[in-house]
Structures are given as structure tokens and as C-alpha cells.
Ligand binder design. Structure first.
Ligand code: FA5
Length: 363
């Protein structure tokens, strides 16, 4: 049996009038021989010999295949053989071009002090930031009890950031939420909390509402171990016709046990937010000492978690909800502080320093 290169001297009839599948096998065989030969090419001279032999103008494999296989084929096969030649020889041309490029690189390297035998530079793969990991954990917990995720803009108007949350101008509650106003966009500010999305969501959606809102927030706070001028919150809002304070406490308890562990207990302390009534601060039993008192909980047995409360009926007035028909609760978690508590981090600034020795500890 003649080898494949000899077969390129044979006409369609002498080849044994192959079918489409027969031709495909012939082309595959040709390609195999071409790539085998190319592997042995080690210089530009050898590459040129390969080019002339395979795709040159005269008496190359390509020209013989065109002459003998295509021109002698019966009309009904011509189209198929023609497209086979086109595809397979385009592939050979591509192999030629890459071999040429590789030889050029080697040529450059030979004249210089580049050592191609050295191992390559490995690029380390990063890890997800601890804040992102904490957000993912929070989404998992709240998704599992029917809360969906809604995002909002970091640039807000005073109306949504304050007024529609029952914080009128000159209200003292604005003092500890002083923020950055945009000099080139008067009337806009960087949001101080994720609570504006409570109002924006209720404006668009009728009850029931059950959402969590992640995002960056800004305040004119001086950076220290527990404060930053930019930090992360997760807002929660549930509004329906039959939501009670018990649903509220049960939800927070479920969250605390999922996040800190099944032994965790929660307690409420009275607090004040203009947009919730009653308002509460939630504490969780210390996950380090279990409540007996240690350095983490400053020997109180409890860790302060976040502010929350039942939505103040005044807020419903801003979104056209009927306060007689609906009720609900809202909470605002400080994600950075939660991550600090869970992972025993004593300085909030670590999150923003981009020190890889810190970040690598949380793969
Ligand atoms: C609020 O921001 C309210 N919007 C929370 C809320 C939502 C109450 C819904 C009721 C209903 P507060 O100012 O306490 O509340 O901030 C919430 C959390 O953000 C705090 O518990 C704390 O964990 C975190 N936090 C506040 N200021 C900073 C800061 N400068 N740096 C880092 N974390 C902060």
C-alpha cells in the first residue's frame, strides 16, 4: 500500500474513487504527516523546505492534491473535496505560521542572554477579600429564609438618605451621620447608610417585601480600630400584613446562630433610630467565651451586633403604604465589624491596607 504522500500522485479513479468519509481519512492522514514533519523542523532553512514541499506553487503536496484529487473528481464530489482542501491546508498554513513565530523567538533569545530553559514566572492567584467572603456568608443565610438581594447607588439625595427616613433637616440624628457632599453635583451626597434603599424599594414594590441590601457607605468618621470613613453595611427589610416583633427577634436569632454558631443567644436593648419604633440594639452572646466573659466581649459576656427595629409608621407615609395594614422590621449590620468579631481581628484598618500577609490568612 502506497504511503499518503505517494497517494497524492494518484487521480480520483486510481485512488479507488473514495467516498466523503474516505476523503476525510485521507486528509486526516495528510495532516498527521505534516505535523509530524513540522515537529522535526529546527531552523528557518528547514522551515522553508517544509513550506515549499507542502504548500509551494509547483509540485507541492497541495498542488498535487488540487491537480489529482480535485480536478479529476466527478462533479458531485468536487465541492466537498474543494472545501476539504481549503480547511486542511489552512490548518497546515497556521501550523507553519506558529512554527515561524517560535523560531523567531528562539532566534532572538540566541543572540541575547535570555535563558529559555529557566522556569516561567508563576503568577499567584489571589483570594477573595474577607469582606466579600463575609457578604457571601450573609447572603447564604438571608437567602435561605426568603430574603432577596437588592443593590443601590452610593450617591444619594438628602431626601432618601434622611428626610424619607423620618430625619428632617436640623434633626440631631444627622450629627453622627455627617457625610461628604459632592462639590460638583450640588444636592447629592455619599450615602451614610444602606437605609435609603428601604424607601426606594418600597416606592417601587408593594408588600410583601423581604430584601437585604449590601453596599459601601460613607461618614465623616476619623479612622481608628473600629471606625472608617468608608465601611460596609447590609440592610435588611421585611414588610407584610402580619409581621410581628416575634418574627423580628426570630429572624435575628436565626442569623446569629447561623453566623456565630448554634449556641449563640441574642438579647435586645432599647435604642433609638428615627425610622424605627421601637428601636433596638441587638447583642449576641460572646462566641469566644460562650458568655462567661473574656477579652473579646470586654468581660460582659455579650457582643454588640447592630441596630434594628420595627419600621416606624411615619416611613410608610413616604412610600404610600397604609400603616394600618402593614408592619415590618428593619436592621442595618456593619459588615466590617461582624467580620472582625467572627475572625478575631482587632483593627478594622487591616481590611483596607492591602497587606497580603493579612489577606492570605483567609483563603
Ligand atoms: C445605621 O446606620 C442604621 N441605618 C441601621 C439601622 C437600619 C437601624 C435599619 C434600624 C433599622 P448605625 O449608625 O448604628 O445605624 O450603623 C450601623 C452599623 O454600622 C454599626 O452597628 C456598626 O457596626 C457600623 N458602623 C457605624 N459606623 C461605622 C464606622 N465609622 N466604621 C465602621 N463601621 C461602622
Amino acid at each position: 500500500m502506497a504511503n499518503i504522500l505517494e497517494k497524492t500522485n494518484l487521480t480520483f479513479e486510481k485512488l479507488g474513487a473514495p467516498s466523503e468519509a474516505g476523503f476525510q481519512a485521507l486528509f486526516d492522514e495528510l495532516l498527521g504527516v505534516a505535523s509530524g514533519e513540522l515537529e522535526g523542523v529546527g531552523s528557518t532553512e528547514e522551515l522553508e523546505t517544509f513550506r515549499v514541499r507542502w504548500v509551494g506553487r509547483n509540485n507541492s503536496v497541495k498542488s498535487r492534491v488540487n491537480e489529482n484529487w480535485l480536478r479529476q473528481a466527478p462533479p458531485e464530489m468536487k465541492r466537498w473535496v474543494g472545501s476539504g482542501i481549503k480547511v486542511y491546508f489552512a490548518h497546515i498554513e497556521e501550523m507553519l505560521a506558529s512554527a515561524k513565530e517560535a523560531l523567531e523567538i528562539i532566534g532572538l533569545a540566541n543572540g541575547s542572554d535570555i535563558d529559555l530553559s529557566l522556569p516561567g514566572v508563576t503568577r499567584p492567584i489571589g483570594t477573595r477579600h474577607l469582606i466579600s467572603q463575609t457578604y457571601e456568608e450573609l447572603y447564604r443565610i438571608f437567602n435561605s429564609i426568603g430574603f432577596s438581594i437588592v443593590e443601590g447607588a452610593e450617591i444619594e439625595t438628602p431626601y432618601y438618605n434622611f428626610e424619607a427616613l423620618n430625619i428632617p433637616e436640623h434633626h440631631p440624628a444627622r450629627d453622627n451621620m455627617d457625610t461628604f457632599y459632592l462639590a460638583n453635583a450640588p444636592g447629592y451626597l455619599l450615602r451614610t447608610h444602606t437605609s435609603p434603599m428601604q424607601v426606594r424599594t418600597m416606592e417601587k414594590q408593594k408588600p410583601p417585601v423581604r430584601i437585604v441590601v449590601p453596599g459601601k457607605v460613607y461618614r465623616r468618621d476619623n479612622p481608628d480600630a473600629t471606625h472608617s470613613f468608608m465601611f460596609h453595611q447590609l440592610e435588611g427589610l421585611a414588610v407584610d400584613t402580619d409581621i410581628t416583633f416575634c418574627d423580628f427577634k426570630g429572624t435575628i436569632e436565626y442569623f446569629a446562630q447561623q453566623f456565630f454558631g448554634p449556641q449563640t443567644r441574642v438579647r435586645l436593648r432599647p435604642s433609638y433610630f428615627p425610622f424605627t419604633e421601637p428601636s433596638a440594639e441587638f447583642d449576641a452572646s460572646c462566641h469566644v467565651c460562650g458568655g462567661s466573659g473574656c477579652r473579646t466581649c470586654k468581660y460582659s459576656g455579650w457582643i454588640e451586633l447592630f441596630g434594628a427595629g420595627m419600621v416606624d409608621p411615619a416611613v410608610y407615609g413616604f412610600v404610600d403604604y397604609d400603616p394600618k395594614r402593614v408592619s415590618g422590621f428593619a436592621f442595618g449590620l456593619g459588615v466590617d465589624r461582624l467580620a472582625m468579631l467572627k475572625y478575631g481581628i482587632d483593627d478594622l484598618q487591616q481590611f483596607f491596607r492591602n497587606d497580603t500577609r493579612f489577606l492570605r490568612q483567609f483563603p
